[in-house]
Design a protein around this ligand. Structure first.
Ligand SMILES: [Zn+2]
Length: 380
């Protein structure tokens, strides 16, 4: 029995980390209504289970596709996977028309009675969704079919932690909620998450094809902010060999572009300097090579030490938090990407808002993923 796109959605949603788990069943119920339990063309062709129309704010999650719906042709969102759809749906609600929904989350019913009339202006919409609530709850609770035992892989590359910079709506110790905003208006915090998710996908698919075993942990999988210490701590908690922080740059001068990568400076107490520099250089070179596959003019702003002290320092690269001073702990390596200047319109067009942005992002992250696997092989 082959799995349908809807089966894949339910299974992805069971595992997805979302900010409001209490709303999991009611949102699935909504998607069942919108997609005819996953049978609509938008769902089966484009992983768009919610009938989400295209909006520019969705550029970080979806691509634009023309679709002839029963109520006429229009531009809709196309999602690369059910996982991408789930992230996209919650991002869709962050848009202006739904402002205030977070104060209507006490029960599934309060939630759908608030967003329903905005989503579909019909007096009975919320009732129709609520009628499917029990069925959605049962689907989410159903036993997950055991996956077949994998073929024993040849090499175990260990664990790597990827850290999407920023998140949420408030600054916390060692992490501001957002820094740069792209020329087309996409926030850095959304891009860091999207790019880390792509990097994870690339590492895992390359490793699977090569018979390698590797575990990739993201410090956050939703739009939340974590302190610098909480991010770094995931390395120790997961016994990871490596920690990669991913950010984007922004500047008032929109002509500036290029990739730069940081390691913790020796004067800031780096006890793992040689290893950090080797790891950082390998990943930085792969990042620049990937960016140049898309934009040959990409400027190489080099691997450099983070010499800032105090609040300006990249505290997330703190060796103690990464586990370097743990008794018997691993000397995890760490690096910090500033992928590009998203305030540059040419960079934005290539990697964020243009028609090839998703493919270009995959190209860059595939290049970095190859370097990650090679480095993980070398690390003890
Ligand atoms: Zn940043």
């Amino acid at each position: 029995m082959s799995r349908t796109p809807f089966d894949n959605l339910v299974s992805a949603y069971r595992q997805a980390v979302i900010a409001h788990p209490k709303l999991r069943a009611v949102t699935l119920a909504q998607w069942m209504l919108e997609s005819g339990r996953g049978t609509s063309k938008l769902a089966t062709l484009h992983n768009n289970f919610g009938g989400l129309k295209w909006r520019p704010e969705m550029a970080a999650y979806a691509t634009k596709v023309f679709y002839e719906a029963h109520d006429g042709g229009d531009y809709y969102c196309r999602f690369a996977s059910p996982e991408a759809y789930i992230r996209g749906y919650w991002a869709f609600l962050e848009r202006a028309p739904y402002r205030g929904w977070k104060s209507h989350t006490a029960t599934p019913e309060t939630f759908i009675r608030f967003i329903g009339p905005i989503y579909t202006p019909s007096g009975t919409y919320a009732d129709k969704v609520l009628a499917l609530l029990d069925e959605a709850g049962d689907l989410l609770a159903a036993q997950v079919a055991p996956t077949p035992a994998p073929v024993t892989p040849d090499v175990d590359l260990g664990v790597i932690v990827l850290d999407p910079g920023h998140g949420g709506a408030a600054n916390v110790s060692g992490s501001s909620w957002n820094n740069a905003t792209s020329a087309s208006g996409v926030k850095e915090k959304a891009l860091t998450l999207l790019w880390c998710q792509t990097l994870k996908d690339q590492i895992q698919s390359q490793a699977a094809a090569a018979g390698e075993k590797i575990k990739v942990v993201l410090t956050r999988t939703t739009d939340v902010n974590l302190t610098g210490a909480a991010r770094a701590k995931k390395t120790r908690e997961n016994g990871a060999k490596a920690f990669v922080c991913l950010h984007f740059n922004g500047l008032g001068d929109k002509t500036v572009s290029g990739a730069e990568t940081f390691y913790r400076a020796p004067q800031n107490g780096n006890v793992n300097l040689a290893a950090d520099m080797a790891f950082g250089q390998a990943l930085h070179d792969a990042l620049v090579a990937g960016l140049r596959q898309v934009r040959p003019e990409t400027r190489d702003r080099k691997l450099k030490p983070d010499t800032a002290t105090g609040p300006g320092a990249l505290g997330v690269l703190n060796d103690a938090a990464l586990g370097n001073h743990q008794p018997g702990g691993r000397l995890a390596v760490s690096t910090y990407f500033e992928v590009e200047f998203i305030t540059n319109p040419a960079v934005d067009a290539a990697f964020i808002s243009g028609p090839n942005a998703a493919a270009n992002r995959t190209t860059v992250m595939a290049s970095v993923a190859r370097a990650v696997r090679a480095q993980m092989r070398l690390l003890p």
